[in-house]
Design a protein around this ligand. Sequence first.
Ligand SMILES: Nc1ncnc2c1ncn2[C@@H]1O[C@H](COP(=O)(O)OP(=O)(O)OP(=O)(O)O)[C@@H](O)[C@H]1O
Ligand SMILES: [Mg+2]
Length: 394
Amino acid sequence: MPVLVEQDPTLVGTLGHALPTGSQVVATTERALAWLDQHPDEYAVVLGPSVELLAALGTAEDLRIKRPTVSVVLVREQFDTDVLTRAMHAGVRDVVAAGDEKAVTGAVERAHQLFQALRGPGGARQLGRVVTVFSPKGGVGKTTSSVNLALALTDRGARKVCLVDLDLAFGDVAITMQLFPTHSIEQAVGSEDSIDLAMLEGLLTRHQDSLTILAAPSHPDVRERVTPLLISRILRALRDGFDYIVVDTSPSFDDATLTALDETDECVIVATLDVPTLKNVKVALETMDMLSIARGHRHLLLNRADEQVGISVEKVESILGMPVSAQVATAVDIAAATNAGTPIVSEKPGHPASLAFTHLAASVTGEPIPAPDGTNATAAEQPRARGLFRRGRS
Ligand SMILES: Nc1ncnc2c1ncn2[C@@H]1O[C@H](COP(=O)(O)OP(=O)(O)OP(=O)(O)O)[C@@H](O)[C@H]1O
Ligand SMILES: [Mg+2]
């Protein structure tokens, strides 16, 4: 789907009408290039009027050589022959007026035709991956982690992520993000045989340009009518349109959770440093072993991993028989940020908790984390995530 670079919300609205459903919106050309790195099947970049002409031409020059199958469409409030000539030399495929929705749609359609002609219609799209956030215990931070992990996975617009609230009776993803959905999974009840991405898109609520939510029903009794078949079809359909589908779950192996775990590619298990939780997580891991769920694709997140509670990280690892991928301390900032509708990863990207969620995201994707010095390292190569937060512990 095309990626639109535009910062002005009004222009995003009008240009959005002219683009196919599911198009991606990012604020800068830099994020558009990051998006292209992740999407070998992308065919069009639409540079909105807010993008400076020089930056737009530079981007087109760059893509002309590096990604000749991607068409650059330049949208200007006004343009003259000088702009047209320079755009043509830079490799821009179409220059269109901001007010001319039909021209924008036409330019993007031509871009798609060209892409198919160059790549062949069989240039298969990579399917999105399902990441389930699970814990057998309530209140350990599953929702907080799901929301922040989903935001970290968007990589500021380079990836498209959908957060699905499968805590069907008491889901609170939407309220946690201060969203007030008009639709939820409830409107998909009974549509097992007709679910597709286009239908689901009508049920999603947008949080940020690259993060959307499929909210839980507003009444607990609807849970009974959401069948496992419906859930698995929804997750499969979402794979067609998103890079990652993060699933928040209820604190039990109920039907919805088991279905999500069946579909899952990566599983994040949330634990806290207390004996009852660790005992339950251990039993849950054994159950997952028995059911062959996400073997080799499990990531342990220690939440509220505070000093002086009497259980060390080493002890947790030896009890659970798996390494800790990331740990987050108790911090009032985390709860305050979520309560304000801007989770900590968005509000304070440099906060230790945000860095921990970014590490968790890298552990999930297996892709490099950009280091402050500009070099890259994978989560596995970095000093183990816990080392960053474990100063002073022996
Ligand atoms: N590391 C943390 N520091 C401070 N507060 C936290 C932290 N993690 C979670 N919280 C707070 O703890 C409460 C419970 O967290 P959350 O809702 O994420 O848990 P949950 O596992 O999803 O619960 P449930 O099982 O009820 O769905 C929330 O108010 C949240 O803001
Ligand atoms: Mg929850």
